[in-house]
Write a protein that binds this ligand. Structure first.
Ligand SMILES: [Zn+2]
Length: 397
């Protein structure tokens, strides 16, 4: 049995213990100490990490994870330490404190939501830099912003967080949130003004230590919502990253940071106008070419800078002005060519089949209008058409 030092003093960063057992497991060693300040995985909170040293020999093992099995706390270590040895444990405090800040922040947010909307936290997960909460009901963006604001007010109030232990009978008369049916001793974590919840995790002792609470995103999930949350250092680092990025964007736009959104909107409007003018330019070019080629004969047109959509438009417009065959190609020798070919009331299916086989192409469509691409050189395309279509006009736009 391991004595849980983290329940006596949640801020204990170092401790001495004796090794009760040490056994080999999947590429690591499981060490059971007689007492532990390392918190085992539980209640959605990750197991602690750190170092464990043999006081006599100085041999040090990395504590990669901490788990619980019945009354024992199991330290998952990188090296063995002999049974009976006296050891000194040192927690990776930044890792643990991050999780304390986030776990306490999660209680505040879940508690506020439960009180206001009656929804339950039905899934809680912590990753390396954020956590997710699944709720069994939907909340709007504005309501979430309001919850986030109230949660941060509770942080500023620096309220004391209390942990009490009750028997099952005592617990019957207390109202608290719980994810499951509980038996035996029940730990209840209370944050006045926001939450009372059964929990086996480690928490900061005053809300001010959480620093900041941020709801990063939310999406519909299984009839409710899943939201991403960051507290403390995680929130600080994420906000710093966003601040730097916004600063860079504001410099690029020569705009003050609070005015970035209108500046980007203006940029997009300008871009759309420009796009419209470019498309207008291409359409005029297509119209002129269609008039020029009206009833002239079968034609092969190279339109180097055209997109596949513009190539189709070119072929279609020329076809409206001529009863001859129209073959349009856009691209270059390095990347290949896109084509659109057609003839009003014609059938070019067999022709295109042969062209694809000769020019390493693929594509298809209706008999009178087909499109695709070829991986060939311009010279080969010209040679193919000169041989296959008598008197073909070769042109460019
Ligand atoms: Zn909890």
């Amino acid at each position: 049995m391991t004595q849980r030092l983290y329940y006596d003093d949640v801020y204990m960063k170092e401790f001495d213990a004796a090794v009760l057992d040490c056994r080999q497991a999947d590429g690591c060693w499981e060490i059971i100490p007689d007492c532990s300040a390392f918190f085992p995985e539980g209640g959605g909170q990750n197991g602690d990490r750190g170092k464990l040293s043999d006081i006599k020999t100085g041999v040090t093992a990395e504590v990669l994870d901490t788990r619980e099995c019945g009354d024992d706390v199991i330290l998952v270590c990188s090296a063995p330490i002999e049974k009976g040895s006296k050891v000194h444990g040192v927690l990776d405090w930044e890792y643990r404190f991050d999780r304390m800040q986030n776990h306490s922040g999660e209680h505040i947010v879940s508690g506020l939501i439960h009180t206001r909307f009656g929804y339950n936290n039905v899934g809680f997960h912590m990753s390396s830099d954020r956590m997710t909460i699944d709720l069994d009901g939907e909340i709007t963006e504005d309501e979430l912003l309001d919850i986030e604001k109230r949660a941060n007010e509770i942080v500023w109030e620096n309220t004391a967080i209390r942990t009490d232990t009750y028997t099952e009978e005592e617990a019957e008369s207390i109202e608290f949130r719980s994810k499951k049916e509980l038996h035996g001793e029940i730990r209840v974590v209370s944050i006045p003004g926001s939450d009372v919840c059964a929990c086996c995790g480690t928490h900061v002792s005053r809300t001010g230590e959480i620093g900041s609470i941020r709801i990063i995103s939310h999406e519909r999930f299984r009839g409710g919502i899943r939201m991403e949350l960051m507290c403390g250092r995680w929130a600080y680092e994420y906000m710093t990253q966003l601040f730097r990025q916004n600063h860079e964007v504001s410099t690029l736009l020569s705009s003050k940071m609070p005015q970035i959104a209108p500046a980007v909107r203006k940029l997009m409007e300008d871009q759309n106008q420009l796009k419209g003018r470019i498309i207008g330019f291409y359409y005029d070019q297509i119209e002129r070419k269609a008039d020029e080629l009206a009833q002239k004969g079968d034609v092969l047109i190279f339109a180097d800078n055209y997109t596949p959509v513009l190539v189709q438009k070119l072929t279609a417009r020329v076809m409206e002005k001529t009863s001859f065959k129209v073959f349009s190609f856009a691209g270059n020798d390095e990347e290949g060519y896109k084509y659109a070919v057609g003839q009003t009331d014609g059938d070019l299916k067999e022709f295109v089949k042969d062209m694809n086989s000769q020019l390493s192409g693929r594509g298809g469509g209706r008999p009178f209008f087909l499109q695709g691409s070829v991986s060939s050189y311009r010279e080969s395309i010209v040679k193919y058409f000169s041989e296959k279509v008598d008197g073909i006009i070769i042109d460019t736009v």
